[in-house]
Design a protein around this ligand. Sequence first.
Ligand code: AMP
Ligand code: GLY
Length: 349
Amino acid sequence: KGIVNYFLTNEELKNIFLIGPDKDGAMLEGSKDFAKKFMNKYNIPTAKHKSFQKENIKEAYEFLENLRPPYVIKADGLAAGKGVVIVDDINEAKNELNEMLLKSKFSEAGKTVVIEEFLKGIELSVFVLTDGNSYKILPEAKDYKRIGEGDTGLNTGGMGAVSPVLFADEKFMKIIEQKIIKPTIDGLKNEKIKYKGFIFFGLINVEGNPYVIEYNCRMGDPEAEVVIPRIKSDLLELFSNVACETLNKVELVFEEKAAATVMLVSKGYPGSYEKNKIISCLEKVAGSIVFHAGTKSNENNILTNGGRVISVTSMDKDIKSALKKSYINAEVIDFEGKYYRKDIGREFF
Ligand code: AMP
Ligand code: GLY
């Protein structure tokens, strides 16, 4: 909604240091249609796609009929992480289109729908901090979105994350920089979009070729819980240099250790769940960082207050050792109905 523009045009607020995209820049996340048009214009690799509205739903059916399954259908706007549907059956796909375009399933957010080709590969997230001119590439991460082990069941906000991502070697990261990061930063400049802050590139590796699945104008959760601990440089200094547009003057130093995080969630999440369960044994945690997400406190206790409750991050020489620490502490922390995935990062060892 343009909070950055609001600050910058307010006499009393305009001198406060801000890190965030302006209203136009935020469209990279806020509108999938906008993001797709931007990627096309600047030759940034992404799945082939077309956008449709209610008026041309017949063309949308035809477009679907000419695609091979699975079918990927996305509400244009923000839909609390539920706006992407992937189905194998064409009738189900058409039904979903009807729901979004004719029955306003996601209200405004689903007025425009993007249909795109399905890409098969491994996902990873790459983060950039930019002051609008120069940029720094932060450590990459992989998150685990499904609720169930073996990547099964419903999508969640994220059940865990690891960093580094072992297949993202120097060569692959160079390709990402050349084909995706640089053209994005240059494209924003060319569009006269003032972008200061984080860009989250949701990528998919299709046989060595990276494609953009989505942009977010922020860090990810739980990606931040593994990326930020791997930054050795002073964050505040980095941020003030973003605000002052002097990011090219500072160095970004990474922690060589690996980081892993495991999310403890409430029973029932991502469906309905109960809150207000007492969380115990937090004081027994050793060797991990405990990030509170859906928690609150009353006079005596810390209580659950959300679906994703606590994320337990650890660092060590490799992902396996880091995970071992997180799993010990995930077991120690206790609340009624606690659930976590036991296979985070499993493919890396
Ligand atoms: P998004 O909200 O655009 O990130 O999509 C949510 C999830 O859907 C992604 O993290 C992917 O797992 C999956 N997805 C989205 N677009 C595609 C695509 N074109 N091909 C395959 N999977 C996709
Ligand atoms: N973990 C995905 C996100 O923050 O969007």
